[in-house]
Design a binder for this molecule. Structure first.
Ligand code: SF4
Length: 258
């Protein structure tokens, strides 16, 4: 629309839940910087919190006008084992994640929640506190903080090897080839920091015949010393358990098994 004053009278900007969370300071500095770089337009100006609007809702008619520069995607949060839904806001041009909010189709985020048959225009309306929204959706602060797992520049993206005493908090980056070699071959892996201990690798444990401890036969073979402490049931557990069981160990534990 060309008349912005008319916009302000007749439209409610759908900053809503997504923008409010970012303004409340739950975003890290990096995310706020990204948001500030996000371009606005005359029709969809950047809101005071630095976020471009994803849509506008006509309060009189309920009509939703979507900002094509902003992608809104409905997904799931892996911030903890609650497995809530989430709603991710992305800058279409750069693909950058701008912020995250609640998924109105998900019962962990909204009560009542939207039926899957409800069109996305209804979901856009839930970003407002006016305009006939059927519900509103939120996620927790930890879910918001998960953005850092995606783009925080200091996140761990390479294998880290202990470079000091246990608990000292010293680490060094190593390559994947070194990781695989050391984990499989074993050896005096920490000789460079003065430790003489021989660390057994997978090869040394790949023995399904020899008892781990003849005095404790219930412990089974040496191969049972390979233990997998698993994670959530998002696909990794099945792969990990299959590997560990194929290796000859019964010790595969899922997220809650400990
Ligand atoms: S939104 Fe919060 S409670 Fe839900 S899965 Fe993410 S981190 Fe867990």
């Amino acid at each position: 629309m060309s008349d912005l004053s008319l916009d302000r009278r007749q439209f409610l900007a759908a900053v809503g839940a997504l923008g409010a969370l970012s303004a409340a300071g739950t975003l890290g500095a990096t995310r706020l910087a990204d948001a500030a770089e996000a371009p606005g337009s005359a029709e969809f100006p950047v809101a005071p919190n630095g976020m471009p609007l994803e849509a506008k809702v006509d309060l009189a008619t309920g009509k939703v006008e979507v900002n094509d520069d902003v992608l809104v995607r409905y997904s799931a949060c892996l911030g903890c084992y609650s497995s809530c839904g989430n709603r991710v806001k992305l800058d279409r041009a750069t693909g950058k994640m701008l912020t995250i909010g609640g998924n109105p189709y998900h019962p962990s985020c909204a009560l009542p929640y939207l039926d899957f048959d409800e069109p996305l225009t209804e979901a856009y309306k839930t970003l407002t506190w006016a305009g006939g929204a059927k519900t509103h959706a939120t996620i927790c602060g930890r879910g918001q903080g998960c953005q850092d797992g995606y783009s925080q520049p200091e996140r761990v993206t390479v294998p880290l090897k202990r470079a000091g005493k246990r608990g000292e908090g010293k680490w060094k980056a190593i390559g994947w080839d070194q990781l695989i070699k050391e984990v499989t071959e074993g050896g005096k892996l920490f000789a460079d920091i003065g430790e003489d201990r021989n660390v057994e690798g997978f090869k040394a444990l790949h023995d399904t015949k020899t008892p781990m401890n003849p005095a404790e036969p219930l412990l089974g073979p040496v191969s049972n010393q390979l233990v997998m402490f698993g994670s959530r049931g998002d696909g990794r557990t099945a792969v990990g358990s299959r590997f560990v069981n194929s290796f000859g160990s019964i010790n595969s534990y899922s997220h809650g098994a400990s």
